[in-house]
Design a protein around this ligand. Sequence first.
Ligand SMILES: NC(=O)c1ccc[n+]([C@@H]2O[C@H](COP(=O)([O-])OP(=O)(O)OC[C@H]3O[C@@H](n4cnc5c(N)ncnc54)[C@H](O)[C@@H]3O)[C@@H](O)[C@H]2O)c1
Length: 325
Amino acid sequence: MKILITGAAGFIGSHVAHSLLSRGDQVVGIDNLNDYYDPKLKRARLNKLTPNENFTFYKNDIADSDAVAKIFKDENPDKVINLAAQAGVRYSLENPHAYINSNIVGHLNIMEGCRHTDSVIKFVYASSSSVYGGNTKKPFSVEDNVDSPVSLYAATKKSDELMSYCYSHLYGIESVGLRFFTVYGPWGRPDMAAYLFADAIRQGKPINVFNHGNMMRDFTFIDDIVSGIIASLDKNITADDKGVKHKVYNLGNNKSEKLMDYIGEIETAMGAEATKNMLPMQAGDVPETYADIEASTRDLGYEPTTPISVGIPKFIEWYKDYYKV
Ligand SMILES: NC(=O)c1ccc[n+]([C@@H]2O[C@H](COP(=O)([O-])OP(=O)(O)OC[C@H]3O[C@@H](n4cnc5c(N)ncnc54)[C@H](O)[C@@H]3O)[C@@H](O)[C@H]2O)c1
């Protein structure tokens, strides 16, 4: 199979690419290597993929419709995974246009590529747990109403789900949207909590703890996310009652952890205690996420197996190696 992965130099994309190459698939990666966070880390992830002769890479922006159309025409992929996006809830308050360009225009261009390329039989894309916004019913189920986003990032992800449903309906593209819940692990994202906390501890700086530490997150280890993505790529999905083959699934750990316990695991693995700046809640943020994974387990066979007591030491082991701590 030839799989096109956007965001291939990103945290999740590079892991998925690696996993698909290991089982013998051909992978075509696209990434614009933007500087939202250190592009050196993106290049380092890519450097692990490029030696594989089944890996081809295009440095392009998915918001560039001509470039995307040409890659689809030249490569004729069998399946497509759209992971390229402007991520982060907090950054969307300062840089709203980046979210519309990558997450809306870019997403449309990838769907157009799927629509006009006969070889494409499956489309999988990243949504986010942030679509649940301030919902109070826990755990968050894919059946719940998600019409009240609290950040522009969440609004773009919900829009992606609607646009994808529409393309499945209009053009028969079999599609799966995946709502990831706070993913962490080796080669992780420097703007996310585990990495920020490890950085601060290494540099002897204080960490910012929002909502005075009263936060709960369903933290999901990268290997569990990768297995869920690959299952959704491989398994056929059934049509809904309107005959549309589009499904949305949660990929979480199905366990809401206290932020302070997560910090505790990081401190233990780093061998040092963090100085904590206890701060109020940030705009656009939510106090708790908790994934109901019943549908993902039933339809995809998704079963996360990694608690933070196992996942955090694996992340810190990579972190120490990467930074030669
Ligand atoms: N990591 C998480 O906890 C999490 C949670 C929910 C959803 N997601 C979603 O999962 C996907 C992957 O996230 P990630 O954590 O790997 O993020 P990441 O930032 O590490 O990866 C995204 C990659 O996409 C690339 N990219 C961004 N805009 C692009 C564009 N316009 N054209 C081409 N490349 C572009 C970036 O350079 C980056 O390498 C994203 O869609 C994100 O919104 C992630």
